[in-house]
Write a protein that binds this ligand. Sequence first.
Ligand code: F6P
Length: 355
Amino acid sequence: MEQKKFRRIGILTSGGDAPGMNAAVKSVTCSAIARGVEVVGIIGGYAGLINENLKPLTVADVSGIIALGGTAIYSARCDEFRYEEGMQKAIQTCKKHNIDGIIAIGGDGTFRGATDLSIRGIPCIGIPGTIDNDVTASDYTIGFDTAMNTVLRLGDQLRDTFESHSRCVVIEVMGRDAGYIAIETGIALGAVGVALIEKPFDKEALFNKIIKLRAEGQQSFIVVVAEGMGGTFSETLTKEIEERTGVESRFVRPAHIVRGGSPTLRDRSLACTMGDKAVDLLLQGKSDLVICSRNNQITYADIKWALIVDRMFKNKLKPGDLDNFSEKEIEDMKALCAERRAYFDDMYDIMLTIG
Ligand code: F6P
């Protein structure tokens, strides 16, 4: 069969923005243009595809965005795209504007859109871009490193004032249902405790640890809570620490601050290599794939496989989810989930030991 000739591809960013998305947009744009393919920015994620909000991108357009946080082609979460009518509008836009394929940067919602388009004849490749690092198929997502470094900087600043006042600070960090940012920054900040949904949280042990360390002379304490603990967990924990240990405590939620800022070298490098790989695969005629970083190699996985392994890891599998996968594919999913669980076990033990 003759290979499809690509004349123009689209690029979009969808879901929560992440530092490094712009570097990926630049990488995709420059990489495609270098291969003789035009690039069009789809403005505001899938909504831009539905509403024909498009902007042709040149190398000059993206020349300066590599260092910028956020996303220059805007982002959104688009409900209309979940329904057939919205998807059909998106497909019409692709046909009308000769968009032969799409590279979609985002998290699992973005990949669901990409796989829906792929099966309707628009080749799509996904790139993981989210601060949450919750794309199980990839060791790292674009934006995670910058977000962790931002939390680290804020946590160090908080330590200055909390040390001066001999207080405890409870910092709640974003991450949706995933505790990657919390556990990594908890260790790096020397937190006395970290609460995240991937591990049982022993409040009594935390109170006793703070009481013991205070008796030994430790003045300030940092506790990191993952957003996934939900509701008013962090505020309640702050009050309980004060009541149970006698250490004056405050609660801080940096929230969206953690999503902004210039991307770190690691995020820029990940974005550039993933962007180039995505263009390469798309122009080879591949579709319905997500680019992954595994063991320091840039590789790829089937999007449907990636979405289901996520559900498996989060214990959210629905009946029938595994029906269309081979035994080997399911074994690989289980092995990856075991690897991720071992990571959380190891990191949690380290936190308990050194915090
Ligand atoms: O997925 C990125 C993220 O920042 C999560 O960490 C957080 O739960 C969510 O997005 C916040 O979404 P919004 O910006 O819509 O409030």
